[in-house]
Write a protein that binds this ligand. Structure first.
Ligand code: SF4
Length: 315
């Protein structure tokens, strides 16, 4: 694994007790952000779908998230990124995207019951746990729950860094609320063009919005860009994502390539993605990242056999 002190110095400084997590920097600022976030719920424009529904009155928009804390699971567990293990992972119900290959449609489409828990109750559990190195807010997508996330943080006493693990389909206003709160952004940059994004995740203007938000996140804090390599999407999606990282962040932002694609949910209706990823496809993407000398890709390539052995049908 790459040198985390070098890749994420601020995160490392928080773990070493040399710096506070950003949500602890000012109680007053956090209070203001909570007020702003709750105001946005009345005419919801947290994500670029801009549904405009009043979620404080029980209305529900595209994401199906309610006007209260909607958690599907929360526990200390293995984060997706091993450098952050153990993390306190909080999985929220609802999602701003509708990926046909979703691995957790019960969570993203709000088909499972939420865990009854209050903001204070969740914060109490986080405070009681000894081991986590980070609080990982994930989904579905954490964005529709932004006001409640901030209220949880208001009650967290521990000096734990905060990770925002999201599809990044946020409005600039939502990005502005997150600024100064998140320690490590983790954008899930799936597509290299808008046609694939529309067809497979029912989302418009995807690349422009996600690229803009990644640029904003990079100005605000540290980040790791994640990309799931999908079958038959090497040229149209993986390589353009790598090109973007190379052009904008070469040597500054790590890129995490994920190889575990599996055709879940409705993927059987989409012939191009209705199979597991082939090892040679992942290798082609890893080689392309190698040719661009991107930060962090080397550790992924070295570990590829281990990463692939459980997931990839060879040949
Ligand atoms: S967060 Fe949900 S309700 Fe709000 S704009 Fe996005 S999809 Fe609509």
């Amino acid at each position: 694994m790459a040198n985390i002190q070098k890749l994420l110095p601020r995160y490392s400084a928080i773990l070493d007790g040399k710096q506070k997590p950003r949500f602890k920097e000012s109680k007053k600022v956090l209070e203001e952000k909570i007020a702003q976030a709750f105001a946005m719920l009345e005419d919801c424009t947290l994500c670029e779908r801009t549904c405009g529904v009043d979620r404080t009155k029980g209305k529900v928009g595209y994401c199906k998230s309610e006007g209260e804390l909607s958690v599907s699971a929360h526990y200390v567990g293995d984060a997706d990124l091993s450098m952050f293990t153990p993390s306190y992972d909080v999985f929220f119900l609802g999602c701003t995207l509708k990926c046909v290959f979703c691995q957790n449609p019960e969570t993203s489409q709000v088909e499972e019951d939420k865990k009854e828990i209050t903001e204070k109750g969740l914060a109490k559990l986080i405070n009681q746990r000894l081991t986590p190195k980070i609080i990982d807010f994930v989904g579905g997508d954490p964005l529709p729950q932004l006001p409640f996330v901030l209220k949880v943080l208001q009650e967290v006493r521990k000096n734990l860094p905060v990770m925002w693990n999201s599809s990044f389909y946020m409005t600039p206003e939502a990005m502005n609320i997150l600024a100064g709160v998140v320690d490590v952004y983790c954008p899930d940059f799936k597509y290299g063009n808008d046609e694939c994004a529309k067809r497979l995740s029912d989302v418009k203007n995807y690349t422009g919005i996600v690229k803009r938000n990644i640029q904003l996140a990079a100005v605000d804090s540290e980040l790791i860009i994640r990309h799931l390599v999908m079958p038959n999407h090497v040229e149209c999606c993986s390589k353009p994502v790598i090109d973007f990282v190379y052009r904008n962040f070469k040597g500054k932002v790590p890129l995490e390539l994920m190889s575990q694609y599996t055709p879940y949910w409705k993927a059987k209706d989409y012939p191009d993605i209705n199979r597991k990823l082939r090892k040679k496809e992942f290798e082609e993407v890893a080689d392309y990242a190698r040719s661009k000398n991107l930060t962090c890709y080397e550790s992924i390539v070295k570990n590829m056999d281990e990463i692939c052995k459980d997931y990839i049908v060879l040949g």
